[in-house]
Write a protein that binds this ligand. Structure first.
Ligand SMILES: [Zn+2]
Length: 268
């Protein structure tokens, strides 16, 4: 008994240490050197740079459509700590990306490739949850060190900020999330879609399409998938999660609004 007790204590002490760097998919907390307030400030600085480097589409109707999809998804996330923004940028690659602090950018290429609002929402749900779980600041700290973030926050080096924004979120961006972070964003993305009233199966159908397109033409899928050869496993994990969700009647997709947005995106 005594052995058993000390054995259990040993496990209790060891397990958190061992699992310290593993991600519990359903937990959005976890250690982060960067505070929420710092992340907001950093995000605002990055947003200015991103919007210099990417062409934001000047189309109020298209922008408000994407804003609407984003806001609807936010009703299904675990927590909203940041003032999220959603904008369309002119870029043919099938991608969306969210930077620290919740600024989210959707490429015209993604809107054109999606077959429905639900498929489009699937990618945005995935991106939003990188923010909810605060992956970008965790990854940045690991990749560049907190000192650099502190320097940027102090407004020290504009050139460095601009270069970093391009390095991380530009076309040839070098910031890759870990496989675990990607799988957590998928996991939380499914949950978000479900709670917000989008059929999470849209994530499966769209990821399947992307995987097929990526096989034909690896360049077309950009970073959303090209860095993840284990796409089949990802899709399997998503399907498994969906199969465990209680049945639900989803809101009908706003097909008219989606095709209008898609037609608009074709112009850019
Ligand atoms: Zn991702």
């Amino acid at each position: 008994m005594k052995f058993l007790k000390s054995f259990l204590i040993a496990i209790l002490i060891t397990v958190p240490l061992v699992s310290g760097c593993a991600i519990n998919k359903s937990s959005v907390g976890g250690f982060n050197l960067v505070s929420v307030e710092e992340e907001k400030q950093l995000g605002d600085k990055f947003a200015v740079e991103i919007e210099k480097q990417h062409k934001v589409v000047n189309d109020p109707q298209l922008q408000s459509y994407i804003e609407g999809v984003g806001q609807k998804l936010l009703t299904g996330v675990r927590k909203v700590e940041f003032p999220y923004t959603f904008q369309v940028v002119q870029d043919e690659t099938i991608n969306a990306f969210a930077i620290p602090g919740g600024h989210t950018y959707v490429n015209t290429g993604l809107i054109k490739a999606a077959g429905s609002e639900t498929e489009l929402a699937a990618v945005i749900a995935h991106e939003i949850n990188h923010v909810v779980a605060r992956h970008s600041t965790k990854q940045m700290t690991q990749q560049y060190g907190y000192q650099l973030i502190a320097t940027l926050l102090l407004g020290g080096n504009q050139g460095e900020l601009s270069k970093l924004a391009a390095d991380m979120f530009g076309k040839a961006g070098t910031m890759y999330y870990s496989r675990e972070m990607e799988s957590q964003a998928d996991y939380l993305g499914v949950e978000t879609m479900y709670k917000a009233g989008y059929n999470p199966n849209g994530m499966v159908t769209f990821f399947q399409k992307l995987a097929a397109a990526g096989e034909k033409n690896p360049g077309s899928i950009a970073r959303f998938f090209s860095s993840h050869p284990e796409t089949v496993d990802r899709i399997k994990a998503i399907e498994e999660e969906i199969s465990k969700l209680p049945p639900k009647t989803y809101l009908p997709d706003s097909a008219a609004a989606f095709s209008q947005a898609k037609a608009k995106a074709q112009k850019y």
